[in-house]
Design a protein around this ligand. Structure first.
Ligand SMILES: [Cu+2]
Length: 146
């Protein structure tokens, strides 16, 4: 077999295996980040009153921002739901930007800050973190159901 054939055969074998492994690692990594995000969020209730988050309205659903990840990255809500995006990082600031829907980017959200959006129309709403979507792939999707 010619050398180039051997090489293209090996590359053909390696690419799907590598892609599969990378995907699995991403999923596991994301699950670990989101588990840590949840712990950090729960610890917020121990913050002194002047630093704590104001209580959310009943029915509010939370998305956490941690380590360049929206947790959960895909979320389905019922029409009329308010989603509160909370930064649970230690230092990094994030934003929430429904760019495709033509909305303005949120203000820069520092740790223990949040942004709320209420979804009054059915649809699929992809969103980004302004500073981190390009380099770090920090993106999410909200699906609004009846
Ligand atoms: Cu970000």
């Amino acid at each position: 077999m010619a050398a180039w054939r051997v090489i293209s055969f090996l590359v053909g074998m390696a690419v799907p295996a590598f892609a599969g492994a990378a995907f699995a690692a991403d999923e596991a990594e994301q699950a670990a980040i989101c588990a840590a995000a949840q712990e950090r969020f729960e610890a917020f209730k121990d913050l002194p009153a002047d630093e704590a988050l104001p209580p959310a309205a009943p029915g509010t659903v939370h998305v956490l921002m941690h380590k360049y990840t929206f947790c959960p990255p895909q979320l389905t809500v019922v029409k009329g739901t308010t989603v509160r995006f909370v930064n649970v990082d230690k230092r990094t600031s994030h934003s929430v930007w429904f760019k495709e829907a033509g909305k303005e980017e949120s203000t820069r959200l520092f740790p223990v800050e949040f942004w709320e959006e209420t979804f009054t129309e059915l649809g699929r709403y992809p969103y980004l973190c302004g500073p981190h979507w390009e380099q770090n792939g920090m993106k999410g999707v909200i699906e609004v159901m009846p």
